[in-house]
Design a protein. Structure first.
Length: 133
């Protein structure tokens, strides 16, 4: 069972048509038992995403915002994450490079993954220079 954000649980309870006066005590009770909390959720989300399919920092921020996690919590959790963005970019380049023959399309793919243009350009052109040697 993965941790849940407060927003996820609130939305779930509303879908199940739980009376509004009951929602607050349920959320408070679960938070008191450390079974619910945005910070624990965000930490678990980042750790899990870094293990499976490492995304860019920008993409992690977007995913956590979609789960309605507060900006302060997102910033704190990502400040604790010590995964270098360049390493993540290099992993994706190594894995996906063969799929894209055209550098422009490959760079567009990497931009959609949330990486900055300067980082992408530097990494892709460095790989191309190394392959040419």
């Amino acid at each position: 069972m993965r941790p849940r954000s407060e927003w996820e649980l609130r939305t779930y309870l509303q879908r199940k048509k739980v009376d509004e006066p009951l929602v607050r005590p349920i959320i408070e009770r679960l938070a008191g038992l450390n079974l619910l909390g945005d910070r624990a959720f965000a930490e678990a989300w980042v750790a899990n995403r870094r293990l499976l399919k490492p995304p860019s920092r920008r993409k992690l921020v977007l995913e956590l915002k979609q789960k309605h996690v507060a900006d302060t919590i997102i910033n704190e959790v990502l400040a604790e994450d010590d995964t270098p963005e360049q390493d993540v970019l290099q992993q994706i380049i190594a894995k996906k490079r063969a799929k894209y023959a055209d550098n422009a399309k490959f760079m567009q793919y990497l931009a959609r993954q949330g990486f900055g243009y300067d980082d992408i350009k530097r990494a892709v052109l460095a790989k191309a220079d190394n392959a040419a040697e």
